[in-house]
Design a protein around this ligand. Structure first.
Ligand code: NAD
Ligand code: UDP
Ligand code: UDP
Length: 328
C-alpha cells in the first residue's frame, strides 16, 4: 500500500485517536485535527514524537487550506451530554464542518470518509436497521442537533458526489466502546464500568429494557480502513457495528459480574427521544468489505475495564472525576 498523507478530523477523540494509531502503524503520514472540545492530548501524546504525525488545533467550522491525499471526517462530539451542551455548535460542526471538508476534498480531488451514525435511524421501527431504512427522527428534539446534523452531512456528501463527482465513503457507526473513552463521557459503557469500579450505583435510564449493539473500537477501525480502501463505487452508506444486541440492564449486570463490583442498580428517568432498540444489519459491510466484528462484548469489556482500572489509579483523573456524570 502506498504511503499517503491522511487528515483525521476529531483525531484526538476516542475513535479518532485509534484511527491515528492504525494509520501511523500502516506507514502513512497523519495530520490529526482537533479543537479539543471532547478530545484530549493524552489520547495522542504517544504519537507526538513520531515524525509522520502532526497535530493541528483547528475547528472544522472554519475553512482549512492544506494538502492531503485522503480525509477522514470524525470531528463531532458523540456523547449526548456533550452534543447537547452547545447544540447550535453541534449542528455547525456537522454541517459547516462537512461543507468545509467537502470543499477541501473537492479542491484536492481526494477521497473523503464521513463518520455518520446509527442515530440517523432515530428510534427505528425497522429492526435490525438496514441502510435503505430512512429512519424515524424527531427534527426538533434535544437529540436533533446531532441526528439531523449528521443526516444533513450525509445529504451534503451525496450531493457533492452527484454534483461534483467526489469520491465519498459514508459509514453509519453503531455504539462503539473501548479504551480512551473519557471517564466523564456520559455514554453507557464508560459510565457503567467507572461506576462498577468505584462501587457507585449503576445509573440505568428507564427500566433498562432498551437495547443497543456494542462494537469494540478495534473492529470499527478495521471497518473504516476497509471502507476507505474499497472500490470507488462503494460510497455507502454502510452500517458498521456489532450485531450482538443487549438490553441496557444486561450490560449493567455483565459489567458488575466482570468487575466483581458491589454496585447496586438505580433506575432514573429515560431521557426524551432515547431510542428503544438498535441493532445493525451488516450484510453490505460483509458483502462489499468482507468485514464483520471479531471481538465479543465480554472480551471487549475486559479490555475496557483494564483501561479504566489503570486510569482510576492515576491522580490527575481522580481529582477532576468525582463520579461519572448522569444525564437522567
Ligand atoms: P469523541 O467526542 O471522543 O470525539 C470527537 C472529537 O471531535 C473530539 O476529539 C472533539 O474534540 C472533536 N471535535 C468536536 N467538535 C469539533 C470541531 N468543531 N472541530 C474540530 N474538532 C472537533 O467521540 P467519538 O466517539 O470518538 O466519535 C467520533 C466520531 O464518530 C463522531 O463523528 C461521532 O459522531 C461518530 N460516531 C461515534 C460513535 C460511537 O459510539 N463512538 C457512534 C456513532 C458515530
Ligand atoms: N474550503 C476549505 N478548504 C479548501 C476549499 C474549500 O475549507 O481547500 C471551504 C470553503 O470555505 C468553502 C467550502 O469549503 O466555503 C465549500 O467549498 P466549495 O468549493 O464546495 O464551495 P464554494 O467555495 O464554491 O462556496
Ligand atoms: N444509559 C443508561 N445509563 C447511563 C448512560 C446511558 O441507562 O449511565 C442508556 C441510555 O439512556 C441509552 C443507552 O444507555 O438508552 C445508550 O446510551 P449512550 O448515551 O451510550 O448512547 P446512545 O443513546 O447515543 O445510543
Amino acid at each position: 500500500m502506498s504511503r499517503r498523507t491522511i487528515l483525521v478530523t476529531g483525531g484526538a477523540g476516542f475513535v479518532g485517536s485509534h484511527l491515528c494509531d492504525r494509520l501511523i502503524a500502516d506507514g502513512h503520514d497523519v495530520i490529526c485535527l482537533d479543537n479539543f472540545f471532547t478530545g484530549r492530548k493524552k489520547n495522542i501524546e504517544h504519537l507526538l514524537g513520531e515524525p509522520r504525525f502532526e497535530l493541528l488545533r483547528h475547528d472544522v467550522t472554519f475553512p482549512l487550506y492544506i494538502e492531503v491525499d485522503e480525509i477522514y471526517n470524525l470531528a463531532c462530539p458523540a456523547s449526548p451530554i456533550h452534543y447537547q451542551h452547545d447544540p447550535v455548535q453541534t449542528t455547525k460542526t456537522s454541517v459547516h464542518g462537512a461543507i468545509n471538508m467537502l470543499g477541501l476534498a473537492k479542491r484536492l480531488k481526494c477521497r473523503i470518509f464521513q463518520a455518520s451514525t446509527s442515530e440517523v435511524y432515530g428510534s427505528p421501527s425497522v429492526h435490525p436497521q438496514t441502510e435503505d431504512y430512512w429512519g424515524n427522527v424527531n427534527p426538533i428534539g434535544p437529540r436533533s442537533c446531532y441526528d439531523e446534523g449528521k443526516r444533513c452531512a450525509e445529504t451534503l456528501f451525496f450531493d457533492y458526489y452527484r454534483q461534483h463527482k467526489l469520491d465519498i465513503k459514508v459509514a453509519r457507526i453503531f455504539n462503539t466502546y473501548g479504551p480512551r473513552m473519557h471517564p466523564n463521557d456520559g455514554r453507557v459503557v464508560s459510565n457503567f464500568v467507572v461506576q462498577s469500579l468505584k462501587g457507585e450505583p449503576i445509573t440505568i435510564y428507564g427500566d433498562g429494557s432498551q437495547t443497543r449493539s456494542f462494537c469494540y473500537v478495534d473492529d470499527l477501525i478495521e471497518g473504516f480502513v476497509r471502507l476507505m480502501q474499497s472500490p470507488r463505487d462503494v460510497t455507502g452508506p454502510v452500517n458498521l457495528g456489532n450485531p450482538g444486541e443487549f438490553t441496557i440492564k444486561e450490560l449493567a449486570e455483565l459489567t458488575i459480574a466482570m468487575t466483581g463490583s458491589k454496585s447496586k442498580l438505580v433506575f432514573l428517568p429515560l431521557p426524551q427521544d432515547d431510542p428503544l432498540q438498535r441493532q445493525p444489519n451488516i450484510s453490505i459491510a460483509k458483502d462489499r468489505l468482507g468485514w464483520e466484528p471479531t471481538v465479543p462484548l465480554r472480551d471487549g469489556l475486559k479490555r475496557t475495564v483494564a483501561y479504566f482500572e489503570k486510569l482510576l489509579t492515576e491522580n490527575d483523573v481522580m481529582r477532576d472525576m468525582p463520579a461519572a456524570r448522569s444525564k437522567g
